[in-house]
Unconditional design. Structure first.
Length: 155
C-alpha cells in the first residue's frame, strides 16, 4: 500500500491559512444551532455585559473550523492516490479538547496540526490522532487545544 505515516508520528502536518472571524459567520452558526446567546449575536450587549469588549465566536464554531483547517492543510494528501478509490477522512471525535481563550469577532484564527499517532485498523482503515492548536492572531494563549481523531478510509 505504501502508506508510511508511522514515520510521520510527532511531525507537523501543517499550519492552515488565517481565517477571519466575521460576525456574519457567527450569526449563521448561531442560527443553525438555535443558539440565541447575545454574547455571540449582539455586539452592544456583549460590550456592556461581558469582559470581551464585543461578540465572541461560539466555542463549537471554533471547533467546527477544524474541518476547514484540515482541508486547508491537506493532511489527507499524505495518503496519495489509491488504486481502490479516493481517500477521505471522517471526524472520529476527540480524546481531549479544551477551549482556552474566547475568540473575538474581528480577529483571525489558524490551526496548527501535528500527527500524534497512526494506527492501521485493517481493510483500508486508518485512525489518526492529531494534536491541534487553534491560534488567535495577536493573543498569547490559543483558542483551542485538542487531540482530534480522524478515521481515514478508501472509497
Amino acid at each position: 500500500m505504501g502508506i508510511d505515516m508511522k514515520s510521520k508520528i510527532g511531525q507537523p502536518l501543517g499550519t492552515s491559512r488565517w481565517f477571519d472571524v466575521e460576525q456574519a459567520l457567527i450569526t449563521q452558526f448561531s442560527a443553525s444551532t438555535l443558539d440565541d446567546d447575545p454574547m455571540h449575536l449582539d455586539p452592544e450587549w456583549s460590550k456592556a455585559n461581558t469582559p470581551f469588549g464585543g461578540t465572541v465566536a461560539a466555542g463549537f464554531w471554533t471547533t467546527s473550523m477544524l474541518i476547514t483547517m484540515s482541508h486547508d492543510i491537506g493532511f489527507i494528501d499524505a495518503f496519495g492516490e489509491s488504486e481502490g478509490g479516493a481517500w477521505y477522512a471522517l471526524n472520529y471525535g476527540f480524546n481531549h479538547m479544551r477551549l482556552i481563550t474566547p475568540v473575538p469577532v474581528g480577529k483571525r484564527i489558524r490551526g496548527h496540526m501535528r500527527l500524534r499517532d497512526f494506527q492501521d485498523r485493517g481493510e483500508g482503515k486508518f485512525l489518526l490522532t492529531i494534536d491541534v492548536e487553534v491560534e488567535i492572531e495577536g493573543e498569547a494563549k490559543p483558542a483551542l487545544v485538542a487531540e482530534w481523531l480522524a478515521m481515514v478510509l478508501r472509497s
